[in-house]
Design a protein around this ligand. Structure first.
Ligand SMILES: Nc1nc2c(ncn2[C@@H]2O[C@H](COP(=O)(O)OP(=O)(O)O)[C@@H](O)[C@H]2O)c(=O)[nH]1
Ligand SMILES: [Mg+2]
Length: 317
């Protein structure tokens, strides 16, 4: 292994926050050498528990993560937090709020918080988030919490890497539960109804139960519904207990490895797709794609043979 990388890894594994930050940036920006870094880090990963938390903007995700982090710190567990929020770029909005709210943790080296840029992220967002989680995991953090906004395909892809996925809903979402049901029924291991101090928590609960009765999970787990008032820390202990219970269920049923293998199957396909696409791009010179596109548009060439030709050339290298 490259001695620089070996030293770098020693530093970040010994708890050096700057070495960790530098590694995360390198991975996030796909800097030269970052794939060597990831290769060397991977054997150290796989020990952290990865918890994904997703839900609509303003649902109280950051507040919950904050409380969970505090609770886990009391148990002396070290934590990495990744906040993925496409609605708030680095400079504004919720992320800045998150940073201020979570400021108190910054003096605690047991918590490392990273907000991720999402727009213009090189490679897929899910891929980058997964790689950043691997870095945190390999650095020796016991727990990695990933906060993502919304419940769309991006979130489904992101939470795929989590061992435990918590979907956070709030009262007064009206038909939204219906709208996002396809996504959430598939990914939620635990439901949280936050802002249970507001009217309508029971209604959301009934809606979730109704949807649950329609969907059968193949692992036999029935996702519990935990009511919280995150702003006051209410229900946080119960949420932590639900997370622990799901973890032991996975262990007991020997499902952890199976779940992980399923996730890796998806991720490998994605990584292969990226790699193949990158190779195809290298085959094409600057401007070639635009020229080909024009030719296809003018019906001078057919796109089927064109793609076959290009991919055949990729195979030869
Ligand atoms: N009334 C009430 N407000 C809450 C609760 N949880 C969070 N909030 C507030 O909701 C706002 C959004 O919370 P935040 O954690 O930033 O939501 P996020 O966008 O999902 O991360 C903040 O002003 C919180 O103080 C709750 O349980 N009840
Ligand atoms: Mg937030």
């Amino acid at each position: 292994m490259n001695p620089d990388i070996a030293r770098w890894i020693d530093q970040l594994r010994s708890g050096d926050a700057r070495a960790l930050a530098r590694a995360i940036s390198a991975v996030e920006n796909r800097e030269l050498g970052s794939s060597d870094l990831l290769k060397a880090l991977f054997p150290h990963s796989g020990k952290a528990r990865i918890i994904g938390l997703t839900g609509p903007p303003g649902a109280g995700k950051s507040t919950l993560v904050d409380h969970l982090a505090r609770l886990y710190r009391k148990e002396n567990r070290t934590i990495g937090i990744i906040a993925v929020d496409p609605t708030s770029p680095y400079t504004g909005g919720a992320i800045l709020g998150d940073r201020i709210r979570m400021q108190e943790h910054f003096s605690d080296p047991g918590i490392y918080i990273r907000s991720m840029a999402t727009r213009g992220s090189l490679g897929g967002l899910a891929r980058t988030t997964a790689d950043v989680a691997t870095v945190l995991d390999a650095s020796g953090r016991d727990l990695v919490m990933i906060e993502t906004v919304g419940v769309g395909q991006d979130e489904v892809d992101i939470v795929r890497l989590a061992d435990v996925t918590v979907v956070i809903l709030v009262p007064g979402m009206g038909d939204d539960v219906q709208t996002i049901k396809a996504g959430i029924m598939e990914i939620a291991d635990i439901f949280v109804i936050n802002k249970s101090d507001h009217d309508g928590a029971e209604r959301v609960e009934r809606e979730i139960r109704a949807l649950q009765s329609l969907a059968v999970r193949n692992d036999g787990w029935t996702p519990p519904i935990v009511k919280t008032v995150a702003s006051e820390g209410g229900g946080v202990k119960e949420l932590a207990a639900a997370i622990a219970e799901y973890e032991s269920y996975l262990q007991k049923e020997n499902l952890a490895l199976k779940k992980s293998a399923e996730n890796w199957q998806e991720r490998l396909v994605e990584m292969l797709r990226d790699a193949m696409l990158e190779k195809s791009r290298q085959q094409l010179g600057d401007g070639d794609l635009a020229r080909y596109a024009a030719e296809v548009a003018e019906h001078k060439r057919d796109p089927y043979s064109l793609v076959e030709e290009i991919s055949a050339r990729v195979g030869k290298n």
